[in-house]
Design a protein around this ligand. Structure first.
Ligand code: GDP
Ligand code: MG
Length: 436
């Protein structure tokens, strides 16, 4: 999804207010990309409608180009589709037993996820208990016991001979006697939704006061996950969803669809097989991840703060006319500093997150700065008058030798020449209709 969307947005380079044509063209691609990412059809339809309504006629924010503006709107809308805020499980006071029932299809990740959760709550000072209610497969009980041991949480089991409703009843009284205040019920799944499974879950709910029914959904199942979530919600009522195997899912279709279709929040994301691989679900981060954009939000915010559109326009104008002088150069350096310097900018660029640890010499620009500061106003605006004696004076003032000054001025002249050529080429292409 990410690459697709980014390609679409690259096409949007025209300036000013977003036109209907701009948005329509982009939305066609967004729609196709979302469907390919296995997002539910109805969700896609509504999504496109909302985003189109919001985007057409929208003024492009300062510091953004139209493409970035559309990305911002798409991303904001995705975030709200996934619930906007982090949803947390509300536990009863610690002198009562909070009961959490985990349900879902076979292989969705119930047994793994209850252990992950129990481990996290144990670390927060709760006293959890894992209850083995998958009575159809002895291996399932063994698996829960192994997981429980790994996270240091006791497991309550009565083998395979009892009914789940009897097991949970016994488990609750065991919990009350043993100072336990958080009970996780690991239930049996089936390959497909069936009556027997639903009945069993109902019975558990009728026997003990379940506070949270959580559905584990395998995010790799895409569209199917929506049907599963809808059926579970309709038949037994769920309070939240945990999306598992998000580490392997690059499409994000399930995450986008489930909250929209069931209205139930996504609580956590399973990010791997290890019992520590469970994270709170952040809709905003997920939206960025789906779009593959790095920490775009903060990039956009910083751009808004720092860049005055008017100033940017002036610089562009100067480059085109090749009147860009040393003062403009200083302004550009200042703007870059306002945005947190080179390394922080690079870290926020899409796909550049990995470069975060690369060292960037923030001081590389100090010498050029010192050289410019040592020039008179006249010299800054009119670099052509720089003769040997002036250069000597500047070198002394900046504390560098004259060779350094010469090199810098030469570089500056070179880039000015290049800018002029580039704007010449762009101008011609524009006339021939090769550029927007
Ligand atoms: P259950 O049948 O619903 O109890 O599912 P399990 O907990 O037994 O998990 C089924 C398989 O999925 C196991 O091999 C788990 O290790 C794996 N699994 C569960 N959660 C995750 C996850 O978040 N990421 C990955 N990569 N694997 C997971
Ligand atoms: Mg299981």
């Amino acid at each position: 999804l990410s690459e697709k969307l980014q390609n679409v947005f690259k096409k949007l380079k025209s300036k000013g207010v977003l036109t209907e044509d701009d948005v329509k063209e982009a939305m066609k691609e967004v729609k196709r990309a979302l469907l390919e990412a296995d997002v539910n059809f109805k969700v896609v339809k509504n999504f496109i409608k909302t985003v189109t309504e919001k985007a057409v006629g929208e003024e492009v924010m300062k510091g953004l180009n139209p493409g970035q503006m559309v990305i911002k709107i798409v991303r904001d809308e995705m975030t709200s589709l996934m619930g906007s805020e982090v949803s947390e499980i509300k536990l009863l006071p610690s002198n009562e037993v909070t009961i959490i029932m985990m349900c879902g299809l076979q292989g969705a990740g119930k047994t793994t996820t209850v252990a992950k959760l129990a481990g996290q709550y144990k670390n927060k000072g709760r006293k959890p208990l894992l209850v083995a209610c998958d009575v159809y497969r002895p291996a399932a009980i063994k698996q829960l016991e192994i997981n429980g041991e790994k996270v240091g949480v006791p497991v309550f089991s009565m083998g395979t001979a009892n009914k789940p409703r009897d097991i949970v009843k016994a488990a609750l009284s065991h919990a009350q006697k043993n100072d336990i205040n958080l009970m996780f019920i690991d239930t049996a799944g089936r390959l497909h939704i069936d009556e027997g499974m639903m009945q069993e879950l109902q019975e558990i709910k009728e026997t003990v006061p379940v506070n949270y029914t959580i559905l584990t959904v395998d995010s790799m199942t895409g569209q199917d996950s929506v049907n599963v979530a809808t059926t579970f919600n309709d038949q037994i009522g769920i309070d939240g969803v945990i999306l598992t195997k998000l580490d392997g899912d690059t499409r994000g279709g399930a995450a986008l669809s489930i909250k929209a279709v069931t209205g139930k929040p996504i609580l956590y994301a399973g990010m791997g097989e290890k019992l520590t691989d469970l994270e709170l679900f952040y809709p905003e981060r997920m939206a960025s991840r789906i779009l593959g954009m790095g920490d775009v939000e903060s990039l956009i915010e910083k751009a808004q703060e720092a860049i005055d559109e008017e100033q940017a326009r002036k610089v562009e104008e100067k480059i085109r006319k090749a009147t860009f002088d040393f003062n403009d150069f200083l302004d550009q350096l200042d703007q870059m500093n306002k945005m947190g310097g080179l390394s922080s900018l690079i870290g926020m660029l899409p796909g550049m997150g990995k470069l975060k640890n690369v060292e960037i010499d923030e001081n590389a620009m100090n010498k050029p700065k010192a050289i410019i500061y040592s020039m008179t106003m006249e010299e800054r605006t009119n670099p052509d008058i720089l003769n040997v004696s002036r250069k000597n004076r500047i070198a002394k003032g900046a504390g560098v030798d004259i060779a350094e000054v010469n090199r810098f001025i030469k570089q500056f002249e070179e880039s000015r020449k290049m800018m002029k050529q580039m704007s010449g080429i762009m101008g011609k292409k524009k006339k021939r209709g090769m550029l927007p």
